[in-house]
Structure formats: structure tokens, C-alpha cells
Ligand binder design. Structure first.
Ligand code: HEC
Ligand code: HEC
Length: 377
């Protein structure tokens, strides 16, 4: 998207986040639980409690949108694990986004951001997209940045918060600092207190049911489901990175949701990373989302086209989705760009119950009530 490229070019310098990444503020108290590595933080945006605090106020501030109706939190709602419950996001002026809102839980570990942009890797850079984008309008701040910054500079809350977050800055009220504070806040949204975490990392063998334990074995085994090949690790996503894990290419996958009789096989504009690489073999390849709190984040997939977890399992068991009529008709399993792991498997009633129990054990009910992530206003 040219708008994004322009944006990136104009602001990467100001943000200085495209260069080396190493632990920003190594002394920052993450309070991470067992099994959770330290997130990577750009050296140009070290973590600090003051910055996180400012980011939280901004995340919930509806003045950030052109008509005062939306903030980041309108689409990323805490009670829904920072999603919005819709198939497609709705911007401040009523424009529909072509894709579904993503959870921000554990986004500090996301090696790449949004559903299908292999080049977008920093939260600082990402935050500018909903603020400034015009296709579609999300918050609609383009053309109003300076008046908005003046508004913040005149607000007593921000007059206290900005200088503390950016000590020594001549004028802390800048767009780059706004993005940095939002990113710092987002990095603290860590989910690690699900029943599964108590069971697996906490050693509490009764924290999840026997059924969920059988589901775990199916999820992490090759006999039946093999989900772990893409949804592996502590964050249930192969698009996960952390401090000290070295350089690794992030993989995207075509999970055979569509097989339309058009070149891309997927409905435009959601053609996966093909949009960025121009390689037809990349059509329909998307980032693997984390499955933490997946029971709260329906509807599913990049376009919200799967309503329930039961249907997600049917889709994988069939090795792809078949749509029998209408504009999207086609047998997903025959998609030429389908991931080789989408082979399909036999889903017995028992396996289905067990896999669902396992997926539901990933819900962290403390996270969705945690006051550290709630509206501070
Ligand atoms: C209009 C609804 C809407 C608003 C407002 C919004 N977002 Fe989003 N957000 C989305 C959608 C839709 C996606 C997926 C975008 C895509 O794939 O192109 C997303 C994706 C993201 C991601 C990527 C997550 C991941 O795992 O890759 C981050 C981070 C994010 N948003 C942060 C923010 C921040 C910060 C704000 C406020 C400045 C914000 N969003 C405002 C709808 C919204
Ligand atoms: C080949 C890699 C791969 C395998 C294997 C895989 N997934 Fe996925 N999964 C993905 C990708 C990529 C997406 C996003 C696809 C899209 O939106 O087009 C996804 C999406 C999902 C979603 C939707 C999440 C959301 O927030 O929208 C769920 C739930 C899910 N997978 C569960 C599973 C389960 C359960 C299994 C095992 C039966 C499994 N996956 C196997 C790669 C995989």
C-alpha cells in the first residue's frame, strides 16, 4: 500500500525503530511468569512505567478520532481480549475495514504485525496506521495531527504525563512520542494466567480437565490434528519472536479457506502476503494468530468468515473449507497454494470435545479484568 510506504519512510527516521532491537531498559520490571521470555524492545523506545501509563491514556482517548467517536480501545476491547466481536472492523466515520480486528494480547512477541504484511515489524510504526490511514479511515487523524497535539498539550492530564514519559525532550508532544507510548503500553498486555498456564507452567495438574489434557495431546501431536506446527510454543503462533532467539524468517500460511476460480483463489483484497511480495505462490498466506483467549475472539480468521470454534475444527479436519455456492464457491482443499500441512484428519466426537476443551483452557479471565489494561479516564 503506497500510503503505508510513504508513512513508513516519513516516520521511520523520527521513530528510529527500524534498526537494531535489543532489550530497551533491561532493568524494566516486566513481571513475566515462568516460561515467558523477555520481549524484544526497540533500543529507541526503552520501556518505562511513565511511558506505559501515558500509552494507556492514549489508547482509550476518543479525541484521537476525527469525530470523537473512537479510540484504539473501540476496536480493541479488553473484555474481548482486545478484539471487537465483528467480522470486519468499523472505522470512526463508518467505513468498513476489509479485515477482522486482531487481539493485542502478547503482541509484544509478534514477529510481524497485522494479518498479511511481512514488512511491518514495529508496534511504533504500526500505531500510526489506524491513526492516519484513509483507506479505510480508522481514526481519521490525517490532516489534524498538529491541532490534536496542541489539544493534548493543553490537557492537564497529558501535561503531567508526557514530560514524565519523555524526560529531557524539548517538546514531548510529538506524533513519534505518541506512537512510542502506545507501543510501550501494548507491550505490557501479556496473557499468562489461563488455566492452561497454571497447568503447564505452574505444575497444577488439576487446573484443566482430563478432556482438555487429551485435547492438548491432539493439538501437540501428529497423529490427528498437528496444530502445533503453526500454533506452537508458549504463544501458540509461529510468528513469535523474543529477546535472544536469534534471527528467524516468519512463515505465513495458506490454510485453504478459499479456492475461487480467480488467479489468487482468495477474495480481493484479502489475498495474503501476495499483496506485498507479488509472488502468486504467496496468495492466501496469512500470519498465524496466537490462540490465547481464542474462546473470546470470535468470529475467526482474517475476514471473520468462521463464526464458531466448532466450525474452525471442521475446516481443519476437512483439510480446507468447501463453499458450495455464491461468489466465493470452491473447494479449499484443492487450492494450489495450500499449506502442505493442511492434509485433513478424522475428527471423532470425542476428539472434537477434547480439542474444544483444550482451546477453551487458554482463556485468561484475569487479563480481561486486569485494571492495568482498563480505561484510565
Ligand atoms: C477501526 C478499528 C480499529 C481501530 C480504531 C484500531 N485498530 Fe488496530 N487493528 C484493526 C484491524 C482491522 C487490524 C488488522 C489489520 C490488518 O490486517 O490490516 C488491527 C491490527 C492491529 C495490530 C496488529 C496486531 C497483530 O497481532 O499483528 C496492532 C498492534 C493494533 N491493531 C494496534 C492498534 C492501536 C495502537 C490503535 C490505536 C492507535 C488501533 N489498533 C486502532 C482495527 C482497529
Ligand atoms: C499450516 C499452519 C496451520 C495449522 C497446521 C493450523 N493453523 Fe490455525 N491458523 C493458521 C493461520 C495462518 C491462521 C489464519 C488464517 C486466515 O485468517 O486466513 C489460523 C487461524 C486459526 C484460528 C482463528 C484464530 C483467530 O483469532 O481468528 C483458529 C481458532 C485456529 N487457527 C486453530 C487451529 C487448530 C485447532 C489447528 C489444528 C486442528 C490449527 N489451527 C492448525 C495456521 C495454521
Amino acid at each position: 500500500m503506497p500510503a503505508r510506504v510513504l508513512l513508513a519512510a516519513a516516520l521511520a527516521a523520527a521513530l528510529a525503530v527500524n534498526g537494531t532491537v535489543r532489550a530497551g531498559a533491561p532493568d524494566y520490571a516486566w513481571g513475566l511468569p515462568r516460561g515467558f521470555p523477555t520481549p524484544r524492545v526497540p533500543a529507541a523506545n526503552p520501556m518505562s512505567p511513565a511511558k506505559v501509563r501515558l500509552g494507556r491514556y492514549l489508547f482509550y482517548d476518543k479525541r484521537m478520532s476525527v469525530n470523537g467517536t473512537e479510540a484504539c480501545a473501540s476496536c480493541h476491547r479488553q473484555e474481548l481480549a482486545f478484539t471487537d466481536g465483528r467480522a470486519f472492523a468499523l472505522g470512526a466515520t463508518g467505513q468498513q475495514h476489509p479485515r477482522s480486528v486482531m487481539s493485542l494480547v502478547n503482541v509484544a512477541y509478534a514477529g510481524v504485525l497485522t494479518w498479511s504484511d511481512p514488512n511491518l515489524r514495529s508496534l511504533e510504526e504500526q500505531a500510526l496506521i489506524p491513526m492516519l490511514s484513509e483507506h479505510p479511515v480508522e481514526l481519521g487523524l490525517r490532516g489534524r495531527v498538529n491541532p490534536f497535539l496542541s489539544q493534548l498539550a493543553a490537557d492537564p492530564v497529558y501535561r503531567a504525563l508526557f514530560p514524565k514519559a519523555f524526560p529531557g525532550a524539548r517538546n514531548p508532544f510529538s506524533l513519534a512520542n505518541l506512537a512510542k507510548a502506545l507501543a510501550a503500553f501494548e507491550r505490557t498486555i501479556v496473557s499468562a494466567r489461563s488455566p492452561y498456564d497454571r497447568y503447564y507452567f505452574g505444575g497444577d495438574s488439576s487446573a484443566i480437565s482430563d478432556s482438555a489434557q487429551r485435547g492438548q495431546a491432539l493439538f501437540f501431536g501428529d497423529q490427528v490434528a498437528g496444530c502445533f506446527h503453526c500454533h506452537g510454543g508458549f504463544n501458540f503462533s509461529d510468528a513469535t519472536v523474543f529477546e535472544g532467539d536469534g534471527k528467524r524468517a516468519i512463515e505465513f500460511h495458506n490454510t485453504a479457506l478459499y479456492n475461487m476460480s480467480v488467479a489468487f483463489r482468495y477474495p480481493w483484497p484479502n489475498v495474503g502476503i501476495y499483496q506485498h511480495t507479488g509472488r502468486l505462490a504467496d496468495a492466501g498466506k496469512f500470519k498465524t494468530p496466537s490462540l490465547r483467549n481464542v474462546a473470546l475472539t470470535a468470529p475467526y480468521m482474517h475476514d471473520g468468515s468462521v463464526a464458531r470454534l466448532e466450525e474452525v475444527l471442521d475446516h481443519y479436519a476437512a483439510g480446507g473449507r468447501t463453499i458450495s455456492s455464491g461468489p466465493f464457491a470452491g473447494r479449499g482443499h484443492d487450492n494450489p497454494y495450500r499449506d502442505a500441512r493442511m492434509t485433513g484428519f478424522t475428527l471423532t466426537t470425542q476428539n472434537r470435545t477434547d480439542l474444544l476443551a483444550f482451546l477453551r483452557s487458554l482463556t485468561d479471565t484475569e487479563l480481561i479484568r486486569d485494571p492495568r489494561f482498563s480505561n484510565p479516564w
